[in-house]
Design a protein. Structure first.
Length: 392
């Protein structure tokens, strides 16, 4: 009765079951994975946000496949503030980046075609690939005093069925921003092979360095689609506004946007209140980014202070984003370790394989975790390691 593309294993994994049982029993929990910004103690101008929704224009239906012009102009202004010029004619509003991916998978791929995705990376891609009958091929990120794309491996995995490459900029969860040299090389490879770039830039604003990271929307060598939205940059995931922007050679871009217009017109998923309020929602990003930066820097400083007294656990370098990766000692599996941390010590943290780290020994924590909770959790974590591994 059901399609093969949805024949996933629907059983909860053991860690999810244990977490649900732990919470149901109301046991104390230190959650180092918290990444919902609306539940992590950040503050917003609630009156301004709510007032933006009180607009009589919301009562008029003005269907536009790409989204209302004033909403697209607000996105143009966002890119302009980053010294990046885009045209409102090349912007398509969607309710989420997942929907934007869906549009692009349908635009670029026939069943069985391939898209390249980074490893480590976010598990969302696996479900999107299944739903759209697209094969996902991994290209590795390497760590050597910082993350970098293995460009030789990247080029080797391209086949005649490759239709595009997904670049997460910065990567989730490693926090790696593509360097200008990597952007140039990827663009050159894709232009030569006639494949598209899909750049997911939902974390672009969250740079721990002082400089503004460059957007793929600035490049014009090959057909490029840049994705973002207010779920991350304005900490408003409940408002459901995202977008994709097409750039590249004019002829290819025109063909792409003409097809995207039909795809978008088929669904017309954007609602009026969110579009009319978008310029206000985007202004929220400045206040949130200041709060994020203070917390991220404080949490990283706590990591470094706590880790400096031992040699068993190390923090991998991150340039930005919402997560931090720890390299830890293991005599068993990461699953066994995180299960013990949860059930015995009341600390919840993600194992690296949730993000497709190729080997055990990695843990992933959220930099959005309130400082006191993170400090308590890492203290427990290091105490467990000290007792468990120091005599081995």
């Amino acid at each position: 009765m059901f399609s093969q593309r949805t024949s996933w294993n629907l059983e909860l994994n053991a860690l999810s079951v244990a977490l649900a049982e732990h919470r149901a029993a109301r046991k104390p929990l230190i959650d180092l994975t918290r990444s919902n910004p609306t539940e992590c103690g950040f503050h917003s101008d609630s009156q301004q946000l709510l007032a933006a929704l009180n607009n009589a224009a919301n009562l008029t239906y003005e269907p536009d496949p790409q989204g209302l012009s004033q909403a697209r102009e607000a996105i143009v202004e966002y890119y302009s503030s980053r010294n990046c010029r885009v045209s409102p004619r090349d912007i398509f509003l969607t309710t989420s980046t997942s929907e934007a991916y869906s549009f692009l998978f349908r635009l670029l791929c026939n069943p069985g075609d391939e898209l390249l995705i980074p490893q480590p990376g976010y598990p969302l891609f696996n479900f999107l690939g299944d739903l759209h009958d697209v094969s996902l091929i991994r290209y590795p990120l390497l760590y050597d005093h910082g993350w970098q794309i293995d460009l030789h491996a990247f080029e080797r995995v391209i086949t005649p069925r490759t239709r595009g490459v997904i670049v997460v900029h910065p990567n989730n969860p490693t926090g790696h921003f593509c360097t200008p040299a990597e952007i140039q090389q990827i663009s050159k490879i894709c232009s030569t092979r006639q494949i598209a770039i899909i750049s997911d830039e939902v974390f672009l604003d969250f740079n721990l360095r002082d400089n503004l990271a460059g957007s793929f929307a600035s490049q014009s060598e090959t057909l490029t689609f840049t994705l973002s939205g207010i779920s991350k940059i304005s900490a408003l995931p409940q408002m459901k506004v995202a977008w994709l922007t097409a750039t590249g050679p004019e002829s290819l871009k025109q063909q792409a946007t003409a097809r995207l217009e039909i795809i978008a017109d088929t669904f017309l998923s954007m609602n009026a209140p969110m579009q009319h309020a978008l310029s206000v929602f985007l202004q929220q990003r400045h206040h949130f980014r200041e709060q994020w930066r203070r917390r991220a820097q404080s949490n990283l400083a706590q990591f470094d202070t706590l880790l400096s007294s031992q040699t068993l656990c190390t923090r991998l370098e991150t340039e930005g984003g919402w997560y931090v990766v720890l390299k830890v000692p293991l005599t068993g599996s990461s699953d066994d370790l995180v299960m013990e941390l949860l059930t015995v010590h009341g600390v919840y943290i993600h194992p690296g394989h949730f993000y497709e780290f190729p080997t055990d020994g990695y843990l992933v924590a959220s930099l959005l975790t309130p400082e006191a909770e993170l400090s308590a959790g890492i203290t427990v974590l290091l105490d467990v390691f000290q007792k468990k591994y120091s005599t081995n």
